[in-house]
Design a protein around this ligand. Structure first.
Ligand SMILES: [Zn+2]
Ligand SMILES: [Zn+2]
Ligand SMILES: [Zn+2]
Ligand SMILES: [Zn+2]
Length: 169
C-alpha cells in the first residue's frame, strides 16, 4: 500500500491565521476604535469625541483638548500648539471654536488681531483703541473717531511729534 495522503484529513499545516492582524496594522495605522487621547490616555472613545484635526498625528479627546485651549487662552497665548510638548504643530482656531466658550474664543481672536497688528506695526488709537494702519509717510494719524495721534509713540498729536522717533531708545 502506497501512502497517499493527498486527501488526508489531517492537513494541519500551519495556516497563517495571524497574517490578517499584521497586514491590518500596516495598511490601517489609525484603527477607528483605537484612538487614544494623549492627555488622559483613555482609548476607544467615539471618533466624534476625539480631536484629530491638527496636522500632526496626535489625537486628544475633546474634553482634554478643550481644557488645553482654555488654559492657553487664559495665558494669553495666541499660537496654541499641540499639547504634546515635543510637537510644534499649531492648532487651527477654526477647529477649536466649538471646544471653548464664545467668551474665551473671542479673547483668543482679539489676541490674534493684536499680535497681527504688532507684526504689521499697526497702532491703536489711544482714544478709542481702534487699530489704525499707517497708510502714508506722515507720522500724524487721524483715527476714524477724529482723534489725532503720533504714529511713532501713540501720544496725542502735537507738532512736536513731527520728527518723533517713538519710544525707541
Ligand atoms: Zn482626554
Ligand atoms: Zn502634535
Ligand atoms: Zn480713535
Ligand atoms: Zn510721538
Amino acid at each position: 500500500m502506497k501512502r497517499n495522503r493527498a486527501d488526508g484529513d489531517d492537513d494541519e499545516l500551519p495556516q497563517q491565521d495571524d497574517q490578517s492582524n499584521v497586514s491590518d496594522e500596516k495598511s490601517c495605522p489609525l484603527k477607528t476604535d483605537e484612538l487614544v487621547c494623549e492627555i488622559c490616555m483613555v482609548k476607544g472613545k467615539a471618533r466624534e469625541d476625539m480631536y484629530e484635526k491638527n496636522k500632526c498625528s496626535h489625537t486628544y479627546c475633546l474634553t482634554c483638548i478643550g481644557k488645553h485651549i482654555e488654559v492657553k487662552i487664559q495665558e494669553n497665548k495666541t499660537c496654541i500648539s499641540c499639547p504634546n510638548l515635543k510637537c510644534k504643530s499649531a492648532l487651527e482656531p477654526e477647529f477649536c471654536q466649538s471646544l471653548v466658550s464664545k467668551e474665551l474664543f473671542d479673547i483668543w481672536m482679539d489676541a490674534l488681531v493684536m499680535e497681527l497688528a504688532k507684526e504689521e506695526n499697526w497702532r491703536s488709537c489711544p482714544s478709542c483703541m481702534t487699530l489704525v494702519d499707517k497708510t502714508d509717510g506722515c507720522l500724524r494719524i487721524t483715527c476714524s473717531c477724529g482723534f489725532k495721534f503720533c504714529y511713532a509713540c501713540e501720544a496725542s498729536w502735537t507738532d512736536a511729534h513731527r520728527d518723533c522717533e517713538g519710544d525707541s531708545p
